[in-house]
Design a protein around this ligand. Structure first.
Ligand SMILES: C[S@@+](CC[C@H](N)C(=O)[O-])C[C@H]1O[C@@H](n2cnc3c(N)ncnc32)[C@H](O)[C@@H]1O
Length: 208
């Protein structure tokens, strides 16, 4: 069956419309585990004060899993960033400071080598030119820094599915070393995402 993939404006509008309800739907009935899974995957690489870039941070659901760190969240949807901004004050209590930047994931407003870890959770399915996003994540992390991203291998309406081997090859092409990959199930049941989905999480390092 031919699947419809949204253009970037369509994606932005989808999240603008969803932003107010995103957290309550995902943390409630959907039992969304993507951010926690990615945080568990990179935990062994974190130190107190790690500089973390969250690429396509949305409402900042991942922030809570990175105590004692400096997080910069990048996203191109104002409404999602506004929800993320509302979490900043509470995160200070766990030693986490957060900055938010309006940005496209394929063109990040950050200097080279300024983060220890770059994560991206449930974003690649919207990015046609995934190699450009991976290149940006690689550019902004320090040598021996860590990159973690997820990709659904289940085909979902409005989204791009990618196999494990396809993503592994893209990472290799961008000169990243795949350290580990694992799968998990997401229970998306939003209008455009109508089936449980198998996601893969890829954890890589940037060679020195
Ligand atoms: C499913 S949400 C995931 C948000 C968050 N990472 C999480 O796990 O809850 C996808 C996010 O990617 C953002 N996004 C999609 N395409 C983007 C692009 N080209 N540039 C920046 N952000 C983008 C959307 O605005 C949205 O906030």
């Amino acid at each position: 069956m031919q699947q419809t993939v949204l253009d970037p404006e369509g994606v932005r509008q989808q999240y603008a419309d969803w932003a107010d309800k995103y957290d309550s739907e995902l943390e409630g009935p959907w039992q969304y585990i993507g951010p926690r899974k990615v945080a568990e995957g990179v935990r062994e690489f974190l130190k107190p004060g790690s500089r973390i870039a969250d690429i396509g941070c949305g409402t900042g659901l991942a922030f809570q899993f990175f105590p004692n760190s400096h997080i910069t969240g990048f996203d191109f949807c104002d409404q999602m960033l506004r929800q993320a901004a509302a979490k900043i004050e509470g995160l200070k209590q766990q030693g986490t400071d957060v900055r938010l930047e309006f940005a496209d994931v394929t063109n990040l407003p950050a200097p080279d080598k300024t983060f220890d870890v770059a994560i991206s959770v449930s974003v690649t399915e919207h990015i046609a030119e995934l190699s450009a996003m991976i290149r940006e994540m690689r550019r902004i992390v320090v040598p021996e820094g860590v990159i973690a991203l997820t990709a659904p291998e289940t085909q979902l309406d409005g989204c791009i599915a990618r196999s494990k081997s396809e993503v592994s090859e893209l990472l290799l092409n961008e000169n990243l070393l795949l350290v580990k990959a694992f799968g998990y199930r997401s229970h998306f049941e939003y209008a455009m995402l109508t089936r449980p989905a198998i996601y893969n999480c890829f954890i890589c390092t940037k060679p020195r």
